[in-house]
Design a protein around this ligand. Sequence first.
Ligand code: AMP
Length: 212
Amino acid sequence: MKLVFLGPPGAGKGTQAAHICAKLDIPHISTGDMLRSAISKGTPTGLKAKSYVESGGLVPDEVLIEMVRERLSESDCAKGYLLDGFPRTVHQSEALKEICPPDRVINVFVSDEKLLARLTGRRVCTACEGTFHISMLSNAEICPSCGGKLIQRKDDTPQTITNRLNVYHTQTAPLIDFYTAEGTLRTVDGDKPEDEVTREILIALGSQDDLH
Ligand code: AMP
């Protein structure tokens, strides 16, 4: 199954993607993770992307489309995949339609007010890449899963978050209409508890049999 997860930053797309990919045994392709890895390795893509990612703006479409085109041509994608964070502009969604249109697009909805609280309190483990909210941590610097060091993403500061939410509303939210017109969009309520959101997504994918 070829899936796209759409939704604002902080909606829980990455967390839900991990659950769904494990259940359906498909690769999780997060363009944000790919860009952060390219930036830390200093690759040509990383050098092009760095300033955009750190300011919360969008990396130019051409860079992303090429990166995703290459990734989707790898052998592990033959059985399907979940794209998390791509497409983010109408131009990217048109390019994806030409590369290979998704079977289903899941729109994870969360209000801006909740997103702001989630993102400013988000901590990421540098070892296992787990994501946590400070309200759930007894020590805001140590990963409760693996003991690794927790950090705040550089783009999780209040000013950058405001910019990322504006970018989402102006450039990415129009994709809701795009995929509604394509007939592939299903919206789930990302404010619900994590396991309920997973359940809603599986139902939207027609995979509710996998719940048992
Ligand atoms: P994310 O981890 O999905 O929140 O992405 C982090 C940052 O990577 C975004 O704020 C953008 O700067 C960049 N990025 C990720 N995916 C895309 C995309 N599809 N198009 C443009 N920029 C992207």
